[in-house]
Design a protein around this ligand. Structure first.
Ligand SMILES: [Zn+2]
Length: 161
């Protein structure tokens, strides 16, 4: 007598239950992370930080369009000189020099603004880069892109002399 072999399908059909209504929601809480000792960023009033951030963005846009306009002007002026007679070149040279100075200052400021925005992003904004002490809110308000506290700034200026 042959024993009847039960031919069970070898394929497992244990698929996920279909259409069971609501999907399972992932557990919201994982195990609480242990407190990490981080170097404390300076405590800045979030409102002030937001204010400064907006100020920096505004200034950045202003300066950015100024700089590109001035570059355009200078390019046009330079082209003009090539086309025109060299007669009144003397008068323009001074203007160009001034324009170049302004452009230089504005570009430097743009760089400072970018650095300040970066410091906001990585949480070191408002900290003096030299002595690592917090810069006073008043100073930050007046000079949002400063990276030195008043003491270090004065010291630096004294050294420059
Ligand atoms: Zn300092």
């Amino acid at each position: 007598m042959a024993t009847p072999k039960k031919k069970t399908s070898s394929k497992s059909e244990a698929a996920a239950p279909k259409a069971s209504g609501k999907a399972k929601v992932a557990p919201a809480k994982t195990v609480a992370a242990p407190p990490v000792e981080k170097p404390k960023p300076p405590q800045i009033d979030p409102e002030l930080l937001e204010e400064i951030k907006n100020e920096l963005f505004k200034k950045k846009q202003e300066l950015g369009s100024n700089v590109s306009n001035e570059l355009d002007d200078m390019r046009e002026a330079a082209e003009g000189h090539h086309l025109a007679d060299m007669d009144d070149l003397g008068g323009d040279a001074h203007d160009e020099e001034t324009q170049y100075k302004i452009l230089e200052i504005e570009s430097a400021e743009l760089g400072q603004i970018d650095m300040a925005l970066e410091r906001i992003n990585n949480g070191t904004f408002g900290m003096c880069e030299t002595c690592e002490k917090p810069i006073t809110p008043d100073r930050l308000r007046a000079l949002p892109f400063t990276n030195l506290c008043i003491t270090c700034k004065r010291q630096q200026e004294a050294n420059d002399r």
